[in-house]
Write a protein that binds this ligand. Sequence first.
Ligand code: NAP
Length: 292
Amino acid sequence: MQLIDGKATATAIKAEIAEEVKQIVANGGKQPHLAAVLVGHDGGSETYVKNKVLACEACGFKSTLIRYEADITEEELLACVDKLNKDEDVDGFIVQLPLPKHIDEQKIIEAIDYRKDVDGFHPINVGRMAIGLPCFISATPLGIITLLKRYGIETSGKKCVILGRSNIVGKPMAQLMMQKQYGDATVTVCHSRSQTLKEECREADIIIAAIGKPNFVTADMVKDGAVIVDVGTTRVPDATRKSGFRLNGDVDFENVAPKCSYITPVPGGVGPMTICSLMKNTLAAGKKEYYK
Ligand code: NAP
């Protein structure tokens, strides 16, 4: 069994990005600039945004954090999005999700200029991704594709089972694993209504679990030599930690790992790659790689 080290891979990629940014600036080009909008004080969102700002520093990007209280109106947030769309210094920006219930998330996502949508959530980017055109690809699936590639894991023609069908992980993951230029695999997507989920998993060469249920994937669901990618990050109470919780994946790591050829740990697997992919997208935005 080989552990897929997302932390080390992300660190290496961020160093590569920093090197490229240095060259760009040395040649008189513009330092890429990522803006992040954070609404409210959700603990998870605070941590994610803080890590994104730190990653910007590691990559040599300029970053701007815009904070609002949770009672901001939808109109005010739309006005902020409009301002960022028009700000020529900002190459890309994100509005950290989830948003308070009184704000229509989809409306905010669609208000973002798709050319600056480094989260890859705008329907234009989602659509272009689905038909294999250059675009910003959602960070978590892009991070997983990058990990599989960096570890030289063969995916072409393999049977890949994806657990979960969310817009930010399951669906784009299935699209990418199916496409010739990325996974080139035979893909099955399972969700909460799937009746043959266990059977599908047992036949899979690759399982990508993104459902948010701790230890859901057990050893009896995994065939020998399978590749396991664990996207799940559920906070479970843990009195031994200073924070009072730990992050738990969707896979029963202890019992599944010995059966696998490769497996991602939680934490330190997919998580760091997600932020790293956002940096990749920001670099592409700075270089106007996909859109003028
Ligand atoms: P989500 O929007 O809640 O979607 C969960 C999906 O799992 C849904 O499609 C749901 O099916 C399915 N599901 C739930 N219970 C199931 C069950 N018992 N059997 C089969 N399918 C089941 O979640 P998400 O945003 O995709 O995130 C999934 C997990 O990944 C969460 O733990 C999240 O924290 C984590 N995550 C991690 C990263 C990272 O960077 N590491 C990034 C994003 C998300 P239905 O559609 O039928 O309801």
